[in-house]
Design a protein around this ligand. Structure first.
Ligand code: ZN
Length: 446
C-alpha cells in the first residue's frame, strides 16, 4: 500500500472471503489492497481506525423511484440520495416511472441525467421503460447506458406509463433479448386483479384480498414461459407471494434466466400488524401474512430469491390516505432498509454477510456493476458503510432525509446504526452531516 492515501482499519471487515480483521488501502477512490489488520500505514496515508465497527461495501439499491423531474413534491435526487447515503447505500438505480417525463426515450433519459447530475449524493444509474409502442426506443436507450428495462403487466398507477399485454410483452422481450438486455417486471396479472373483490375502504384485510397471491403467481408463470421460449433474461421485481416460489425454483433449475428480488417491507412487516386505515403501509403487491414472510426468508436462504431492494416509492403525505383502494401505493424505505433487514435477519439467525450479499453484491451483479461495486476487494470503488450492528435506533420520522417523512417504520426499534458512509474514498455523511454531492451518473458498461 505504498501509494495509499487512506487506510480504513477494522476488526470486522466484510470481504468476499468472509468477515476479517483487515486494513483496506484506498488510492484515488479505488481499493488498492486488503492487508493484515496491523499492516504498517505509509506516511502518505491517513488512517481511519474504526475499531470494532463493521466495514461493509456500500449497498447497491437497484429499485428506487426518485420521481425527478416532474413529481418533485413527492421526492427528488437531492433528498433521495441523502436518504440513501444516511442508510449506507452508495449506489442507486432510478426507476423509469413517476418522473415526468418517464425514462422511455433517449431524450427523456438525457433530461433525467441533467437533473440528477448536480444533486446526487451517491452514484445514480437509470432503468429504461418498456411501454406499448416504444420497442424502437429500447436499443437506443440501452446504447445510451440504461441498465435494463422495466415493464408492468398490470396498471402502474400513473397514466403516462401504461402496462404491456402478453403480446406487447412478447414483442418487447424479443427485442431486448436480441441485444442481450434485461427486462425487469412488475408481475401482477390484471385479469386476476379484476376478478378479486374490490371493496375499497380502510380495512387492510380487504386490501389484501384485492391483490391476491394468485395475481402474482399467474403473471410470474407467464413471464417465465416467455423468458424460456425466447431464452431472454428477466428479473421479477418486489416478489411478495410465497406461492410463486416453487414456480421460480423450478424455472431456475430448468435453466430459465430469471432473478428475483424482494423488499425490506415484505421481510420485516406483516399483514397482521398493519392497522386499518394506515396508508403508509400500502404498496403493490401488498405486505402479506407472517407465514408468507417465513417462506420469503427461506427462499433468500436457499437462493430462490436473489436480492433485497427498497422499492422506495414515496408520495406526498396527503396521498397516503386511509382508504387502501385510493391511497398511493409505495413505501419509503431508503434510509432504514439496512437496519430493518439486519434486525430481522439477526433475529432469524442470519449474518451481516448474508445481508451484504443480498443488498450489495448480488444487486451490483444484477446490473453488471460487480467489477466496481458490491465488494471490498482490490479494484473496486472505495464505497463503504460503517455500521454499529449491535446498537439500536428508534425510528423518528423527523430524522429521515427523504422528502415526505411518511414511514411504515415509525416508532420501531431497529438494530444497526450507520455511523458513516463513504463514496470513492470520501466520507459523504457522518452523524447526520453531509458533504456537498459527490455522486456520479453511472452508465451500463458494455
Ligand atoms: Zn417500484
Amino acid at each position: 500500500m505504498s501509494d495509499a492515501e487512506l487506510v480504513l482499519r477494522s476488526t470486522r471487515v466484510i470481504t468476499p472471503e468472509g468477515t476479517r480483521p483487515v486494513s483496506v488501502a484506498v488510492s484515488a477512490g479505488t481499493i488498492t489492497a486488503v492487508l493484515p489488520h496491523d499492516a504498517p500505514v505509509p506516511g502518505t496515508a491517513r488512517l481511519e481506525d474504526l475499531g470494532d465497527d463493521v466495514l461493509l461495501p456500500g449497498l447497491v439499491d437497484t429499485h428506487v423511484h426518485v420521481n425527478d423531474p416532474g413529481r418533485t413534491e413527492w421526492e427528488g435526487f437531492w433528498t433521495a440520495t441523502r436518504a440513501a447515503a444516511a442508510g449506507g447505500i452508495t449506489t442507486l438505480i432510478d426507476m423509469p416511472l413517476n418522473s415526468l417525463p418517464p425514462t422511455t426515450t433517449v431524450d427523456h433519459l438525457r433530461t433525467k441525467q441533467r437533473v440528477a447530475v448536480d444533486k446526487a449524493h451517491v452514484d445514480v444509474g437509470f432503468w429504461g421503460g418498456a411501454l406499448p409502442g416504444n420497442v424502437k426506443d429500447l436499443r437506443p436507450l440501452r446504447d445510451a447506458g440504461v441498465f435494463g428495462f422495466k415493464a408492468f403487466l398490470s396498471p402502474s398507477g400513473v397514466d403516462e406509463f401504461p402496462h404491456l399485454d402478453q403480446e406487447q410483452l412478447a414483442r418487447s422481450l424479443a427485442e431486448i433479448s436480441r441485444f442481450g438486455g434485461l427486462l425487469i417486471v412488475h408481475a401482477e396479472d390484471p385479469h386476476r386483479l379484476a376478478a378479486a373483490p374490490q371493496r375499497g375502504g380502510p380495512r387492510y384485510a380487504d386490501f389484501l384480498a384485492s391483490r391476491p397471491r394468485d395475481a402474482e403467481d399467474t403473471a410470474i408463470a407467464s413471464l417465465l414461459d416467455q423468458a424460456k421460449r425466447l431464452h431472454a433474461r428477466v428479473h421479477v421485481l418486489h416478489l411478495s407471494s410465497s406461492d410463486a416460489l416453487p414456480l421460480i425454483a423450478a424455472a431456475k433449475a430448468d435453466g430459465v434466466r430469471v432473478t428475483v428480488e424482494t423488499c425490506p417491507h415484505y421481510l420485516t412487516l406483516t399483514a397482521e400488524e398493519v392497522p386499518d386505515g394506515a396508508g403508509e403501509f400500502k404498496c403493490c403487491p401488498p405486505i402479506r401474512e407472517a407465514a408468507n414472510q417465513d417462506l420469503l426468508w427461506q427462499a433468500l436462504a436457499d437462493g430462490t430469491i436473489d436480492c433485497v431492494v427498497t422499492d422506495h416509492s414515496p408520495s406526498t403525505a396527503d396521498l397516503k390516505t386511509g382508504d387502501f383502494a385510493t391511497a398511493w401505493g409505495g413505501i419509503s424505505g431508503l434510509q432504514l432498509s439496512l437496519a430493518a433487514v439486519w434486525t430481522e435477519a439477526r433475529r432469524r439467525g442470519r449474518g451481516l454477510e448474508d445481508v451484504v450479499r443480498w443488498m450489495s453484491t448480488r444487486t451490483a451483479g444484477l446490473v453488471g456493476l460487480d467489477a466496481r461495486k458490491g465488494a471490498i476487494a482490490p479494484g473496486h470503488d472505495a464505497d463503504f458503510a460503517v455500521l454499529a450492528p449491535d446498537e439500536t435506533l428508534t425510528v423518528d420520522p423527523a430524522a429521515l432525509q427523504h422528502r415526505n417523512r411518511v414511514t411504515a417504520y415509525a416508532g420501531k426499534t431497529l438494530y444497526g446504526v450507520v455511523r458513516s458512509t463513504w463514496l470513492r474514498g470520501e466520507r459523504i455523511v457522518a452523524n447526520g452531516e453531509f458533504t456537498e454531492p459527490k455522486g456520479r451518473l453511472l452508465r451500463r458498461t458494455p
